[in-house]
Design a protein around this ligand. Structure first.
Ligand code: PMP
Length: 341
């Protein structure tokens, strides 16, 4: 069976990670660096920011929740594209704010519609780049112009969970925008590119006034000592990490080329997954793969997301897609359905 529904990184662990986990595992009876000060300083140094502008957390999902809890709340609205990360509306509601979903046009962010959807209750915009589940990569000019079009009080949190899989130079430099504009913050994770999903480590960078309130929640959103040690080791292996992510991207593009050859529509992706907007055939495709031991996800009724796995798993996807196309008439793209909220 191949699990390709969770966007996991199937590469080997980065060098030094297993050892860091073993070594730190022998000291889990101790508090050590409770607030992850060492990891935060190292991240800040690499980003060229003061440590006061960076906060580490147990995964980027937790940091998204902290950010929403700190900066949104009852009576406020939070904008996001749709389809985008399925957890956004849930996390927004957890913070007792109102999610406002702006549909993609085709497979792309409609940034004009997103800017137009801002009201005097809008507190922030969540932007996923590359977008989960479509893989769309927003370039720098589009992001910069979008931020410039927003009123002064609206924050923008750019979620870069998949940034290392994007083609070099194509992804907007949200960190550069965050350095010059207090409204922009960036959240990143060690879960995908660094392969530390099970350990839960992420970080968020932004203006001190935006990051400070998250730090006050740290005692309950703490990064374990084992996860800190693994993250430090993974940072040391940056070159290997980049090469492994490039290898995943090559596999992703190989699968895309094979699916395109079969006549399927698959937009280019800058993440570790592909998006197949198969319309009415979404479920049939998911079921066909599942019947042969390959698990992929239908998302928001709009399409199927297929994570990039090992070459063997990817070959299985291609072979099963070939059977599927032989049995079914050519799959047509359908528009994204309205988000129920
Ligand atoms: N953002 C996006 C876009 C994601 O897809 C995910 C995980 N699926 C997360 C954030 C959360 O990841 P983690 O909490 O493991 O850092």
């Amino acid at each position: 069976m191949y699990e390709l529904s969770l966007n996991e990184n199937h590469s080997a662990l980065l060098p030094g990670v297993a050892r860091a986990v073993r070594d730190s595992g022998e000291r889990v009876n101790l508090t050590l660096d409770a607030l992850a000060t060492g990891l935060t300083e190292e991240l800040a140094r690499r980003l060229g920011l003061p440590p006061t502008r960076v906060v580490a957390g147990p995964g980027s999902g937790a940091l998204l929740q902290q950010f929403l809890n700190a900066h949104a709340g009852p009576g406020t609205e939070v904008l996001h594209a749709w389809p985008s990360f399925e957890m956004y509306p849930l996390l927004i509601r957890n913070a007792r704010a109102e999610p406002v979903a702006v549909p993609l046009t085709g497979q792309e962010h409609d940034l004009t519609a997103m800017a137009a959807a801002v009201t005097d209750r809008t507190r922030m915009v969540l932007l996923c780049n590359p977008n989960n589940p479509t893989g769309e990569v927003l370039g720098h000019d589009r992001l910069r112009d979008f931020v410039a079009a927003l009123p002064p009080g609206v924050l923008v949190l750019v979620d870069e969970a998949y940034r290392e899989f994007a083609p070099p130079g194509e992804l907007a430099d949200a960190m550069a925008l965050a350095k010059e504009d207090e409204r922009v913050a960036v959240v990143r994770t060690f879960s995908k590119s660094h392969g530390l999903l099970g350990l839960r480590v992420g970080h968020l960078a932004g203006a001190e006034a935006v990051v400070g309130p998250l730090r006050r929640m740290t005692p309950f959103f703490r990064v374990s000592t084992v996860a800190q040690a693994a993250a430090m080791a993974a940072l040391e292996a940056e070159d290997v990490m980049r090469e492994r992510c490039a290898e995943v991207a090559r596999e992703r593009d190989r699968v895309r080329a094979g699916l395109l050859d079969l006549g399927l529509r698959v937009p280019p992706s800058g993440a570790n997954f592909l998006w197949l907007p198969l319309g009415e055939r979404n479920k049939a495709f998911v079921d066909h793969l599942a019947a042969h031991g390959v698990v992929v996800r239908e998302i928001a009724g709009a399409g199927v997301r297929v994570s990039t796995g090992t070459p063997e798993a990817n070959d299985a996807v291609l072979a099963l897609a070939k059977d599927f196309v032989a049995k079914e008439p050519t799959a047509q793209e359908s528009p994204a359905p309205e988000c129920a909220g």
